[in-house]
Ligand binder design. Structure first.
Ligand code: 5GP
Length: 185
């Protein structure tokens, strides 16, 4: 019997989800983050075992074979999955937050109906596009792909328990903290 509750957060690329979640984690020191496995290469600031477990495609396929994932999905040509054992261990002690895309979120909800699904939305598609462009390191093709993907994600938001708009990072993080505190009571 697990002690903790499961919170699943999704949001479009460029919405500022990592910054918001960083603040949520800082404000709720008892909350644990589920570290996913991915075949995507690490970004300069990312650490193995902290942000992700960075694994080869072969290792990821072996993990699928051994049924080691709660859910996994292909996203923009890379594989991402939630390791089962790690999640169970964390849930035994605490509330856990997953940062996963919508298809993974709905798979989790299917196997754990008590999971609370939270979607972080941009103030508008125009603002999302502006944020994606302001990064300065994303090609036009990538921006178009991410916006297409974001439009599809926005069509899914009715399937989430909560939708929070990231207009101001602090306010958005506070709203998520409130949702978690209330649901975990
Ligand atoms: P990024 O490469 O930008 O870190 O993440 C890309 C997308 O993959 C994000 O939408 C993120 O939420 C999602 N993601 C991260 N880990 C997992 C996972 O374990 N499972 C699924 N289904 N999606 C994930």
């Amino acid at each position: 019997m697990s002690k903790g509750k499961l919170f699943v957060v999704s949001g479009a690329s460029g919405v500022g989800k990592s910054t918001v979640l960083g603040q949520v984690m800082a404000k709720m020191p008892d909350l644990k983050f589920s570290v996913s496995a991915t075949t995507r290469p690490p970004r300069p600031t990312e650490q193995h075992g902290v942000n992700y477990y960075f694994v080869s495609r072969d290792t990821f396929m072996d993990m699928i074979q051994r049924d080691e994932f709660v859910e996994y999905n292909d996203h923009m040509d890379n594989l991402y999955g939630t390791p089962k054992a790690q999640l169970e261990q964390k849930l035994e002690k605490a509330n856990v937050i997953l940062d996963i895309e919508p298809k993974g979120a709905f798979n989790v909800k299917g196997s754990r109906p008590d999971a609370v699904l939270i979607f972080i939305a941009p103030p508008s598609m125009e603002e999302l596009e502006r944020r994606l462009r302001s990064r300065g390191d994303t090609s036009e093709e990538q921006i178009a792909m991410r916006l297409d993907r974001a439009r599809w994600e926005m069509e899914q938001i009715h399937r989430y328990n909560h939708v929070v708009i990231n207009d101001q990072v602090d306010a958005c993080a506070d709203e998520i903290v409130k949702i978690i505190a209330q649901a975990a009571e």
